[in-house]
Design a protein around this ligand. Structure first.
Ligand SMILES: Cc1cc2nc3c(=O)[nH]c(=O)nc-3n(C[C@H](O)[C@H](O)[C@H](O)COP(=O)(O)OP(=O)(O)OC[C@H]3O[C@@H](n4cnc5c(N)ncnc54)[C@H](O)[C@@H]3O)c2cc1C
Length: 313
């Protein structure tokens, strides 16, 4: 098979009539042209397949928040539809929980909008590019696709990576958005790294689930002054986990994935995204990062969230 050269004249013309090309005998002829007329096959179903791309300008409209396909619809190439809807829910769920508890600031739903809108823009950009490869919209795109298929067919290895039938979904990196720290790593998804606790295996996701919408601050300094850190975080929905005492990062993957040096702190959100990381255990820096993550002003009235919340949600 390695030296078989597939015929390329089965491609559908950009201006093909969907009703005509969906006719079983026409589809049969195209499949035979692709496989070779001596190959037997059965057509189970044939029909026109189409998709569209839609993106709301904003995902928050006052007390209404839009997620999933209601907020953004795209072609299914790359498994980005359902997956990104789940990521929307993951981003919003803990924020609403903390808002309803009166522990997040009224601005926190806006961070859902800015974070997930940017993720949706990325998904639309990537799936649209795939869509234009699968279904060229212009003569130039059609020529490019034909050339890529031809070169790949002729064993030109570089051309194979240009065949775009879908780029698989990857978590969005929220770098540069207001709720995150300034390091290039801040904002990225921390994978479910394996850890140990009390002599038993666990994963980061287990700890996040148990934290019940609280943030987790991993302190990579077994000798840190926790009293000072605890005082700085009093009343805030954040739990301190001392690495080497509360939890073992045996393979060093938590430190690597959060880019935290020994003596530093990694602040992880309930949706597993890295809010911020620090090279030291400065209580003021950590407190400021927690407040930023919660959409709360550093010097605002920390008790005034409930009345505002009633208006926000
Ligand atoms: C062919 C195809 C393949 C796909 N493959 C993948 C894939 O491999 N991976 C992936 O991640 N995604 C894939 N997707 C995309 C994925 O299916 C969607 O993005 C996902 O289902 C959207 O979920 P949702 O909950 O936002 O919306 P929906 O799944 O559309 O759910 C909305 C629900 O609300 C209901 N509803 C609507 N109006 C009302 C009303 N007024 N009252 C009550 N209920 C209402 C609807 O009946 C529906 O059940 C694919 C899509 C297609 C078409």
């Amino acid at each position: 098979m390695a030296d078989q050269v597939w015929r390329l004249d089965f491609q559908m013309a950009p201006d093909a009539d969907p009703a005509y090309v969906s006719r079983p005998e026409v589809a049969r002829e195209r499949v035979a042209a692709m496989l070779g007329h001596d190959i037997e096959f059965e057509i189970v179903w044939v029909g026109a397949y189409s998709y569209r791309t839609m993106l709301m300008e904003r995902f928050r409209h006052g007390r209404l928040l839009f997620i999933g396909d209601a907020a953004h619809a795209k072609s299914p190439f790359g498994a980005r539809g359902g997956n990104s809807g789940i990521a929307d829910a993951d981003n919003l769920g803990w924020k609403l929980e903390l808002l309803l508890q009166g522990r997040a600031g009224p601005e926190i739903p806006d961070t859902y909008d800015s974070e997930r809108h940017r993720a949706a823009e990325e998904n639309v950009r990537i799936t649209s590019r795939t869509g234009r490869f699968m279904q060229p919209r212009s003569k130039m795109e059609y020529t490019l696709r034909t050339a890529v298929l031809q070169l790949a067919n002729e064993q030109q290895v570089f051309a194979r990576s240009l065949i775009n039938t879908g780029r698989m979904m990857a978590p969005h990196h929220y770098a540069g958005l207001p709720a995150f720290g300034a390091r290039p790593e801040d904002g990225r998804l921390v994978p479910n790294v394996p850890l140990r606790r009390g002599g038993a295996d666990c994963g980061l996701v287990d700890l996040l689930r148990e934290a019940n919408a609280d943030l987790l601050a991993f302190v990579f300094d077994a000798g840190a002054d926790l009293g000072e850190l605890q005082r700085a975080l009093a009343g805030l929905p954040v739990q301190l986990k001392v690495v080497g005492r509360d939890v073992e990062d045996t393979a060093g993957l938590l430190a690597a994935q959060t880019a935290t040096p020994p003596g530093g702190i990694a602040l992880v959100r309930p949706d597993s995204h890295l809010a911020a990381g620090f090279a030291t255990t400065d209580p003021a820096d950590l407190r400021a990062a927690v407040l930023r993550t919660l959409g709360r002003a550093p010097n605002g009235n920390q008790d005034a969230t409930r009345p505002v919340l009633a208006e926000a949600v």
